[in-house]
Design a protein around this ligand. Sequence first.
Ligand code: NAD
Length: 476
Amino acid sequence: MSTPNSTPALANILSAQQAAFAAAGAVDADTRRRRLQTAIDLLVKYHKPLAAAMDADFGGRHPGFSLMNDVLGSLASLKHARDHFEPWMAPDKRTPFAPYDQLGAEAWVMVQPKGSVGIIGTWNAPLFTLFAPLAYVLAAGNRAILKPSEVVPRTAALVAEAVSDLFDPLEVGVVTGGPDVGAAFAAQPFDHLVFTGSTAVGKAVMRAAADNLVPVTLELGGKSPTIIGRSADLATAAFRIAAGKGANGGQLCVNPDVIYVAREQLESFVASLKTAFAGLFPTAAGNPDLTAVVNERHLTRIDGYVAQAAAAGARVETCPDGVISGDGERRRPLRIVIDPPTDSAIMREEIFGPAVVVLGYDDIDAVIADINGRSRPLALYYFGEDAAEQQKVLAHTLSGGVSINEVMFHAAMHDAPFGGVGASGMGRYHGREGFLEFSHLRTVFKAPAYDPRREWGMLPPYGEHFLAAMEAQVTP
Ligand code: NAD
């Protein structure tokens, strides 16, 4: 029952979950804690084969990196949710309006689970994009069905096996398959849908969800800009960007995509970036520390962006140097594409791989204008010690999140919301905000015994004083 590959089977699991949810009523803290602990136990039990599956699916992804990024990243969310959710469940007392506040009325906001939540994940962080949202979905008292990415088939199959090993499918189930299954999944009458993936597919998911008025959390991508202010320490900035850019072979949603550097500092920055990257990854081919590009399609896409920019006159620096050869070798050095034409694919599309754009600037206002002329990014990075400039960048731009003097670290905050804005998504998970995302906030008003409306002439048939009494209250 945990790995159906047909729409009727998926619909059956969903309706069985929704029936079990309705029959169970309130979901107490012990039940939520047990479910969260089961997800934690699953990752602990299966972490080694899961890391091996990711290594095989990528054609090279260090098991230590998979543990850090996917297993420990997911465990951190699950444990944070497990250790903090209980006070978040409590009803929140509110003050009724006058004069009912004086007459014994009561009011509160119930924080209720929504029901059954669908979670569609990506290949680039195949466990994190399923289990990090699951943490807050379960903490909020919901049930869930996961849809891993077909691009990492071994990992997807193992997630299905592990979930069916440890979970009752009425609580958490898995369906596997590609875009067709994804489309059928998004068309189901879930009580909430979490989609992580590309902006283009996110639009299709939202359209499908609209047919059932299913609320969506969309965790999308985009071209996250990095601004190197003139006050930045170039070597530190270059090192931190190199470490971020090298993580998962650049295949992370919050990866730095376009770097803006003051024109007079550009050569020095590029040299520092090359040195820093080559220090972390002295070789590309065969280097177990470097994550391979996940498949030939993505390799062709990224290499195509670089080749097109080069053909259009952009300078391309490569680090580390070295010949890439060998059948099936998809590890690539970092390609630094300097000042490509604005209409080139690498300036329009999310790179999502081992390449980065560096643009020279004269004026920080022009950088801000350029960022604001593009779709809202998932992340924005500012390096520098100039507090006024930092404030200006923060105040005049909008992005899902920000790291200052670092890249990507804000996404690792389990106590703060993570999500996009505009084309980079909507909604959020992590922290209390993630718990609330998957909860229904239900206002309850409890009336007092005494109803004053008849006595006060507020019910029809209206008396002669009703209009004047209403008008008297229209005050500024
Ligand atoms: P993708 O959009 O190609 O696929 C994501 C998932 O959607 C897969 O499980 C796929 O099977 C499914 N799918 C495909 N077509 C579908 C359809 N019509 N309806 C429903 N589901 C469908 O994305 P990807 O290539 O797996 O991931 C890369 C993208 O994800 C990048 O844009 C990246 O920035 C983004 N991303 C965002 C976050 C975040 O947290 N914001 C995290 C990781 C990746």
